[in-house]
Unconditional design. Structure first.
Length: 74
């Protein structure tokens, strides 16, 4: 699945917040979910971060959201 990091570099997967750091702000990160861990693949496709899962909440969204756009006010 994919997640877009917030402006502060935080992603939310299965209700679990993971702080990746401001270096990754706005980037799309690939996350593999298993029963016991979350494997996050960073932008260079070689670096991986493994975090234990702390929840049993199922995945609801597969793709990350694009940045919100503000409609023009006339």
């Amino acid at each position: 699945m994919q997640r877009r990091a917030s402006a502060t570099g935080v992603i939310v997967v299965c209700g679990q917040k993971i702080a990746m750091g401001r270096v990754h702000a706005g980037q799309i990160l690939t996350v593999a979910v298993s029963d016991t861990s979350l494997v996050i693949e960073l932008d260079d496709a070689e670096t991986r971060v493994v975090r234990p899962t702390t929840t049993t909440t199922p995945v609801r969204n597969i793709k990350g959201d694009r940045p919100w756009t503000v409609p023009s006010v006339s």
